[in-house]
Design a protein around this ligand. Structure first.
Ligand code: UDP
Length: 407
């Protein structure tokens, strides 16, 4: 278990994104709280949880709540197991065998044994950390344990759900993105907090505000031709192969259309490389398909801005920060009707929504947007307002302070 350092970002820097009422609530709630909180997850970079903790933890600290970000120590074999659990919770029917649950138990117990004391609340993120709960409850009887599950559990496979439920006795509260995600968890008290994006990071600030903006000459695609982008880990649930198929239909109808699939390979996602190779083989050296890995945040930022359309063709999705990231940059999104995507995309208002298996409909939407700059502009402007109202970090901070009030 190691403490991840965060930068010293200040709540005052978010003045223009936080109205007076929320600012007052943040100040008053934080002043009344005397709590030390640890947020615990399994990777310091890559994926949505790391993205959020890098902002939330220093802001809690600045608001007056002592907060640390702790990252588990775990061998690679552990992440094979937790990815199988993650897949099971998303609906993959493969059963977990005893060897896997033993690995899960022993690594999480080791991490819980090495967690420093002195906290009042520990927020454990996702299934990777949940196994720490019983040991933490035993070591620190006064510690309030919150399990923050970012996954859509509504179609979870029984074996994965059973594993999760076997740890919930030690947990005081769960936090989920949508209320229905908690239905399979039984009667643990639950709070609903949707994720949020940080308007001040290199990923989301205007490119002109970046000290070191990406060099346009480095782009592998033609800036003068239509561009469709999906930014996602190389993960079957993000359906990169479906995105390729959509691209083929689109390219037949919109001459010169290009596709970028940008994906990171986080430490805790062992499937990334194999999926990347599968997608690269399927792309078959198509000169208008670009697979980009490990772009810096400024590069993702530039892509999301330059895209004419951002796709989020997930088959299952907890939230998809990538959707809010694109909408914030006034880029319309074509997404699927799964998990947290419809929370952000309003069909016909700031983008389009389609059933995940309806590739034709997704392609039709992309073509419609590529052919209509005025529709793209209208959706883009509305998208930015959607995010401004509901999915920016100051709201997440306020929700987490209220969580600590109840925890
Ligand atoms: N991301 C990134 N580089 C990539 C792919 C993804 O920085 O090549 C970021 C993306 O911008 C977003 C996060 O990783 O901030 C993914 O979060 P999301 O909620 O969309 O999906 P998750 O990976 O958590 O399932």
């Amino acid at each position: 278990m190691r403490v991840e350092r965060t930068d010293g970002r200040r709540v005052s820097a978010y003045e223009e994104y936080i109205d007076a009422e929320r600012r007052r609530r943040v100040r008053e709630t934080a002043a009344a709280l005397d709590r030390r909180v640890a947020h615990v997850n399994s990777t310091a970079s890559g994926g949505g949880v790391a993205e959020m903790l890098g902002s939330l933890v220093p802001l809690l600290d600045d608001a007056g709540v002592e907060a640390d970000w702790l990252v588990m120590d775990a061998p690679e074999a552990f992440f094979d197991v937790t990815k199988a659990i993650h897949n099971g919770l998303q609906g993959d029917a493969d059963a977990l065998d005893d060897g896997m649950t033993d690995t899960y138990r022993s690594v999480t117990v080791d991490d819980a044994e090495s967690m420093p004391g002195g906290y009042d609340v520990a927020v454990l993120h996702d299934p990777q950390t949940l196994g720490m709960a019983p040991t933490l409850a035993e070591r620190f009887p006064e510690l309030t344990l919150v399990w923050r599950c970012h996954i859509d559990l509504t179609d979870a496979a029984p074996s994965a759900l059973e594993l999760v439920r076997s740890y919930l006795d030690a947990v005081d509260r769960t936090v989920v993105t949508l209320p229905e995600y908690a239905d399979p968890l039984g009667d643990v008290p639950t709070t609903t907090i949707p994720p949020a994006i940080d308007p001040l990071t290199a990923k989301n600030r205007p490119l002109s505000a970046l000290p070191d903006p990406p060099d346009a000459a480095d782009r592998p695609f033609d800036p003068d031709r239509p561009l469709v982008v999906q930014v996602s880990r190389f993960d079957p649930w993000k359906d990169p192969l479906g995105v390729l198929e959509v691209h083929r239909t689109v390219a037949d109808r919109v001459p010169g259309a290009q596709l970028v699939l940008a994906g990171a390979m986080p430490d805790d996602d062992p499937e990334g490389e194999a999926v990347y190779r599968e997608v690269a083989a399927a792309a078959d050296d198509d000169p208008d398909v670009h697979l980009l890995t490990d772009l810096p945040d400024a590069g993702i930022n530039a892509l999301q801005r330059r895209a004419d359309v951002v796709l989020q063709k997930s088959l299952r999705e907890g939230f998809a920060l990538t959707v809010s990231e694109a909408l914030w940059k006034e880029t319309p999104v074509v997404g699927t009707t799964v998990g947290g995507i419809p929370l952000q995309v309003e069909d016909g208002e700031n983008g389009f929504l389609e059933a995940p298996d309806d590739l034709e409909a997704v392609a039709d939407d992309v073509v419609e947007l590529l052919e209509s700059p005025s529709l793209r502009r209208r959706f883009g402007e509305r998208g930015r307002e959607t995010v401004r109202e509901r999915f920016l970090t100051p709201r997440l901070l306020a929700d987490h302070l209220e969580l600590l009030e109840t925890a």
